[in-house]
Design a protein around this ligand. Structure first.
Ligand code: PEP
Ligand code: MN
Length: 348
């Protein structure tokens, strides 16, 4: 059975009252969501903020609050760590679940320092958010740095990418990156953080559903007893009741062995189509070589932007008529063009 993990809790611990109230309500409403397994209470105590005058977390002062959450609700807290001292403080207090934030994952020196601080510690769990920029290798590299220090209980967290304005989301999801991540590291469970992708509570459900449709291992959702008074990320936090309503409405895929025959037929068809695609590509490349010979014979330039523009606009028009995603075709065309030029230069 597919029972996704849930990590929920406030963006930041703001006071004992806020943190305990939120934990208590989460515990209450999770009883109504047996389809999810509650794993950790997320609780930011050191907050990476753009504006230095904004609330930067309670820091070490929040540790006794997290300990109370453990004794009163038997919930393990999960804390963002960005400095070796953060890890040392947590370990002294018996907190053994950390997450590495998106602004830290971008920096291999810092990730290395954090991973070394964890070396030799038993029973740690580390969640590694994707870097703010869409760089799969950087994300995987951060994970490997922890693995090299003997940490084996690792989760990856997809929280979107912050490279340009998006009309709807705070961070662009770029689903192809977590999909490639799953292909590259299938044994690392991948979680989705819809709160930081969306930046607004309105879209959390739709992003969570997309992640579950891709069989993510679970979700991390910012949850606050009174979001409108939150000191950070107020727009994207939801109450524990709202969380329970979202969880109830999510549709979970099955991992049962169903639809096997239809799938086999369609997969065979895809194999045939792929074979034809390779054959067509080969024919195209052979034709490119003939063109190269003629250009060489008449001393014509290999790169002819006007001609390529014509090819490109024809393609994009076909794609539009066939309702194929423009970005996909554009990327395919760019690869095709580079490879054609390389063929004409005599190297592939
Ligand atoms: C957070 O989880 O509160 C946070 C700051 O996340 P991110 O690193 O994804 O921005
Ligand atoms: Mn946040």
């Amino acid at each position: 059975m597919y029972v996704p993990i849930l990590i929920a809790g406030p963006c930041s611990v703001e006071s004992e009252e806020q943190a305990l109230q939120t934990a208590s309500e989460i515990q209450h409403y999770m009883q109504e969501s047996p389809n999810f397994q509650f794993l950790y209470y997320r609780a930011g105590i050191w907050k990476p903020r753009s504006d230095p005058d904004s609330f930067e977390g309670l820091g070490e002062k929040a540790i006794p609050i997290l300990q109370k959450i453990k004794t009163q609700f038997d919930m393990d807290s999960c804390v963002e760590v960005a400095q070796p001292e953060h890890i040392e403080i947590c370990l002294k207090a018996g907190i053994k679940v950390f997450w590495i934030g998106a602004r830290t994952t971008v920096n291999p020196f810092q990730v290395e320092r954090l991973a070394k601080t964890c070396a030799g510690e038993k029973g740690l769990t580390v969640l590694i958010k994707n870097p703010v920029n869409p760089d799969l290798k950087l994300w995987i590299g951060a994970i490997e740095r922890f693995e090299k220090q003997g940490i084996s209980n690792i989760y990856a967290v997809h929280r979107g990418f912050n490279i340009a304005e998006h009309p709807k989301y705070r961070n662009i999801p770029y689903w192809h990156i977590p999909i490639e991540f799953c292909m590259a590291r299938p044994n690392i469970p991948l979680l989705c953080d819809p709160s930081h992708i969306c930046g607004n509570k309105l879209w959390i459900r739709e992003i969570a559903q997309k992640a579950l449709d891709l069989a993510y291992a679970g979700l991390m959702i910012e949850t606050h007893a009174t979001p409108k008074y939150a000191l950070s990320d107020a727009n994207q936090q939801i109450t524990p009741y709202e969380l329970s309503q979202i969880l109830k409405s999510l549709h979970l895929k099955t991992f049962e062995d169903k639809g096997k025959e239809e799938l086999t037929q369609l997969r065979n068809r895809i194999e045939d189509i792929d074979e034809q695609l390779i054959f067509l590509l080969k024919m195209r490349l052979n034709t490119v070589e003939k063109i190269a010979k003629i250009k060489h014979q008449y001393n014509l330039p290999l790169l002819q932007p006007q001609q390529w523009k014509k090819v490109e606009s024809r393609y994009l028009e076909f794609a539009r008529q066939e309702n194929i995603d423009k970005e996909v075709i554009q990327e395919f065309l760019n690869m095709l063009h580079v490879s054609s030029i390389q063929r004409q230069q005599g190297k592939d």
